[in-house]
Design a protein around this ligand. Structure first.
Ligand SMILES: NC(=O)c1ccc[n+]([C@@H]2O[C@H](COP(=O)([O-])OP(=O)(O)OC[C@H]3O[C@@H](n4cnc5c(N)ncnc54)[C@H](OP(=O)(O)O)[C@@H]3O)[C@@H](O)[C@H]2O)c1
Length: 290
């Protein structure tokens, strides 16, 4: 990539940020479309977030991605927030629109699009189980509810967090059937038998984060298993599901899809999805994942 006097910056703000695949994904896409943009990671500590957001305007950046732990706090420093991001309660993409900073959330929509592309699964009328009630869960849970599922069961180690999130979304989606269950294997097993789509949004299964002991054997034949963890790409959960012959959806598909929506918001151009996925796989040291 040639950096010249016209090059504009796009960045990701996170703490930590070293693990990010987004620079590899976006720089490959900018290059392939011949765009004069460069994507860089910035390690931004919470106490510096306000100054970092102000620098988007000061430096004339095209926009940024925002990741852990800034997705909620960043909202107070923006000029405008898209309706969906407001309801989800988190922003992961900021666009600099002629000096006005507008926040979006592309995680949930990116998740559902990639799920459909990989497995053909459409959440409308289906029974969905979500493990985890953190930041990623919030965006995915909201997107699933917008698709009008038959029911959603959410389980989390800290049950109160799941109850709070369920309560918040019941107020928005008044007709939705939402239940919470404790994060206990025997209870999860009972629920699994009635599940069309299982989504892991916890960090369990991620490198150095502990094992996810989910009773995959209780899921019905024909159900789909989705894991948003992407290090490793083939998590134990996905491997178990594949051994049972179930369809699976991995975390890299979501990462690339949500990134593609951000790319389109910054550039107004169609994102080269396949090329972005290849760049992400290369950054993970993998050649192929399907
Ligand atoms: N593929 C993608 O595009 C994408 C996007 C975003 C995130 N992610 C991945 O998704 C995962 C979660 O991210 P996040 O932003 O939602 O993080 P977060 O807000 O910190 O939430 C973490 C979730 O994991 C649960 N958890 C953590 N350790 C646990 C343990 N030992 N046992 C049971 N539950 C545990 C937490 O439960 P408690 O509430 O009880 O703490 C919480 O529900 C990470 O692995 C992240 O890399 C992937």
């Amino acid at each position: 990539m040639e950096i010249d006097g016209h090059t504009k910056l796009v960045a990701i703000f996170g703490d930590p940020v070293e693990h990010t695949l987004s620079p590899a994904i976006h720089n490959a896409a900018f290059k392939s479309l011949g765009l004069d943009l460069a994507y860089v990671p910035f390690h931004v500590r919470p106490s510096d977030l306000k100054t970092a957001v102000a620098s988007i305007k000061a430096l004339g950046m095209a926009g940024v991605n925002v990741t852990i732990p800034h997705k909620e706090k960043v909202m107070r420093f923006l000029d405008d927030i898209d309706h969906l991001a407001k309801e989800v309660g988190a922003v992961n993409t900021v666009v600099n629109k002629k000096g006005r900073l507008v926040g979006y959330n592309t995680d949930g929509v990116g998740y559902l699009l990639s799920l459909r592309e990989d497995t053909g699964f459409v959440a409308g009328g289906k029974k969905v189980m979500i493990l985890g009630a953190g930041g990623a869960s919030r965006a995915i849970f909201y997107a699933v509810l917008e698709a009008k599922p038959k029911s959603v069961v959410i389980s989390n180690r800290t049950l109160k967090r799941a109850n709070d999130l369920a309560g918040e979304f019941r107020r928005i989606f008044r007709k939705a059937e939402i239940r919470t269950v404790p994060f206990e294997k025997n209870l999860l097993s009972e629920e699994a038998a009635e599940t069309d789509l299982l989504i892991n949004t916890t960090s369990l299964g991620m490198m150095n984060q502990g094992r996810l002991d989910f009773p995959v054997e209780s899921l019905p034949k024909g159900s789909v298993v989705s894991d948003i963890v992407y290090r490793p790409l083939a998590t134990e959960l996905l491997k178990k599901a594949r051994r049972r012959g179930l369809k699976t959806h991995d975390g890299l598909s979501m990462l690339v899809r949500q990134g593609a929506i951000g790319f389109e918001l910054w550039t107004g151009k169609k994102a080269p999805l396949e090329l972005m996925r290849k760049a992400a796989l290369k950054a993970l040291g993998l050649k192929n994942a399907r």
